[in-house]
Design a binder for this molecule. Structure first.
Ligand code: DC
Length: 227
């Protein structure tokens, strides 16, 4: 397969917009790679917490980011993340990580470091990749063949995230994880409105299959005729 046959799809959106499950399924159906960039921010959060760095120690978090050895699966059928040789696939989803990950994503030096790694990972996928996050369409890969911003109303996002989480999580914790975190993150990256050339897809009233199929159709138009 030549470079021209590769397909790169960038998908951004807030928590609960459905971008992870959608991106993974689109990658699977197109037979290309899948990169969850949020998992990399989360892996760094685990690394700095484990090494005893305080949440307000900016220099310590930057150092923990730069020195972190992050390995992440690009296979949509295999979900794993390792940091500094340790499998943290489960731990990155735990409340301790979710509560502290903004400490990484709000530091510009940490973002710059991770953005470079994300670009390199995307370029390493032989057939192309669907990468999802908050700044893929704008910063990480503005030259992607297809750029989509997935949105959904706050109500739809809270409802979907609730479905992903432990039933013990309270309403306040849920709102903190979804709405407060997006508020924090949007201070550095704009992911609530689509940049020029980015297609806005509001999924509030769409089912999963409909969202996946819409993106596959857009991918076909963007150049992968066999999609
Ligand atoms: O998508 P997620 O919830 O796994 O993201 C984890 C955190 O990382 C969240 O605070 C948003 C942030 N993030 C980011 O700032 N930029 C990305 N490309 C991906 C995630």
């Amino acid at each position: 397969m030549t470079l021209a046959d590769r397909l790169v799809i960038a998908i951004d959106g807030p928590s609960g917009s459905g971008k992870s499950s959608t991106s993974r399924e689109v990658a699977r159906r197109l037979g290309i790679g899948y990169l969850d960039t949020g998992a990399m921010y989360r892996a760094v959060a685990v690394a700095f917490l484990d090494s005893g760095v305080a949440v307000d120690d900016t220099a310590g978090i930057i150092e923990a980011t730069r020195s972190a050895d992050i390995q992440v699966s690009l296979d949509p059928d295999q979900r794993w993340v390792r940091v500094n040789g340790r499998d943290v696939t489960e731990e990155i989803r735990e409340p301790r990580t979710s509560e502290n990950v903004s400490a990484v994503s709000t530091i510009p030096e940490c973002r710059a470091d991770l953005v470079e790694r994300q670009r390199a990972l995307m370029d390493s996928a032989p057939d192309g990749v669907v990468a999802e996050g908050r700044d893929i369409t704008t910063v990480v890969y503005p030259d992607a063949d297809l750029r989509i911003l997935l949105t959904a109303s706050p109500e739809a996002r809270l409802r979907r995230r609730r479905g992903d989480l432990d039933p013990e999580v309270t309403e306040d914790e849920l709102r903190d994880q979804v709405l407060r975190r997006d508020e924090d993150d949007s201070k550095l990256v704009e992911f609530q409105t689509a940049a020029e050339g980015v297609t806005l897809l509001d999924t509030s009233d769409m089912g999963f299959e409909q969202v996946v199929q819409t993106i596959i159709d857009m991918a076909r138009d963007a150049g992968r005729a066999d999609a």
